[in-house]
Design a protein around this ligand. Structure first.
Ligand SMILES: Nc1ncnc2c1ncn2[C@@H]1O[C@H](COP(=O)(O)OP(=O)(O)O)[C@@H](O)[C@H]1O
Ligand SMILES: [Mg+2]
Length: 378
């Protein structure tokens, strides 16, 4: 163990066993005496506890110090990455009402691949092949989903499918991506020092990245005005760029990017931003944490490159997850299906002789019936 691991193990002694348990994916501390874990996507309460609030705060403060960040009364939140790649977020009282809240999202040691996602039922083989093709053709992609829905994991998978001859620039707030590539540069933001100086933002790093001859830019999480920079990069010759954002549907993801872009430049009229977003983003992949703890890609939507006269985006689902039922144990049953929509870049697929015939986008009969039935009910 290195100095850091030893210290963390000491500070986090009450949850040390949980952290080393392979089956635990997340440790959630709600004040010193209430600790939950996530296992196989589901939450469980544990009997672990910190001695008191002081001990918990001391642990968090020490971790912050080790990673060169700060948490105190003036900056009561901490976002940091541990050397093993685990990500922690903490909020101190009084913002957190019943004692310090801490979450530790453990970093799986192995990087998943499409076969892993297929095996977990998160995506079908066909839909995975389609995403692979989108990455190959340099489509601009946004992964959208809620917290813990599997966005970062999916971005890792997608990023690792980029042709190895290309140069990638990866930009993150608290670095957690492990993209498998031959030529990849990783950037991480820097918090301001005690005097409020020296902050380096995602925006700053995108600007630098653009001067470093990137083929593609990957932004771990778009949650601020950098949305505008990413959209601009996508529209100016950095096709195949990617990012994730927090939204509940593909349409909401576009609206969220729009809102964030407006923070970036308040002088650009909203219609202009919408046009840029519609032109920039080709595909939104929606991922969801289902009630049974599994993660599913629920929609793969293509964005029509123009907005209509009312400024509305045009989206078409190429694939969707169609739920067909639920077992008595609560397990969700369903399948992914193509919806009978040809991607607008079908000619590109054919010109490149990619083995993806038009027929594969046909909607299967069971899915058609299911959707019609639902439409009739609604
Ligand atoms: N397809 C998946 N199937 C099952 N578990 C997954 C899947 N993708 C991610 N997870 C797990 O869900 C948790 C959150 O994943 P992450 O990719 O960090 O989500 P997000 O970036 O949306 O917050 C992790 O513990 C991860 O191991
Ligand atoms: Mg994430």
């Amino acid at each position: 163990m290195g100095v850091f691991e030893e210290s963390v193990a000491t500070f986090l002694a009450p949850v040390k066993d949980l952290l080393s348990d392979e089956s635990v994916t997340e440790v959630l501390v709600n004040g010193p005496a209430e600790i939950f874990i996530e296992r196989k996507g589901l939450l469980e309460r544990t009997s672990a506890r910190f001695m008191d609030e002081q001990a918990l705060q001391a642990a968090v403060r020490n971790i912050a110090q080790f990673v060169g960040r700060r948490i105190d009364e003036d900056n009561p939140t901490l976002d940091a990455r541990l050397p093993d790649g685990s990500r922690i977020h903490a909020v101190f009282p009084p913002c957190s009402r019943r004692g310090t809240t801490l979450s530790i999202r453990k970093f799986g040691s192995s990087v998943p691949t499409f076969p892993d996602l297929i095996q977990r039922g998160s995506i079908s083989k066909e839909a995975a092949r389609f995403l692979d093709l989108c990455v190959y053709l340099g489509k601009n992609l946004i992964v959208s989903g809620g917290t813990g829905s599997g966005k970062t994991t999916l971005l890792n998978v997608l990023g690792s499918r980029i042709p190895k001859t290309q140069r990638l620039l990866v930009i993150e707030d608290a670095s957690e991506l492990k993209i498998q590539a031959d030529h990849c540069v990783f950037f991480e933001t820097k918090a301001a020092d005690g005097a409020g100086k020296g902050a380096v933002t995602v925006r700053d790093l995108i600007k630098s990245a653009l001067r470093l001859r990137p083929d593609r830019i990957i932004v771990g999480e778009v949650r601020g005005p950098e949305a505008l920079d990413l959209i601009t990069a996508m529209n100016t010759g950095h096709g195949g760029s990617m990012g994730t954002t927090h939204a509940n549907s593909p349409y909401d993801a576009l609206v969220r990017l729009e809102t964030l872009s407006m923070m970036g430049d308040t002088n650009v009229p909203v219609m202009a931003i919408r046009r840029q977003i519609a032109a920039a983003i080709n595909i939104v992949v929606q991922i969801k944490r289902m009630a049974d703890g599994t993660r599913k890609i629920t929609n793969i939507s293509e964005i029509i490159p123009e907005v209509d006269e009312h400024g509305r985006y045009g989206l078409r689902d190429i694939y969707a997850y169609i739920q067909t039922g639920r077992t008595q144990e609560g397990k969700i049953l369903g399948e992914h299906a193509a919806l009978g929509v040809l991607p607008s870049f079908m000619d590109e697929i054919e010109l490149n002789h990619l083995p993806f015939p038009r027929e594969s986008f046909q909607i299967p009969e069971w899915a058609r019936q299911r959707i019609e039935k639902k439409d009739n009910v609604a």
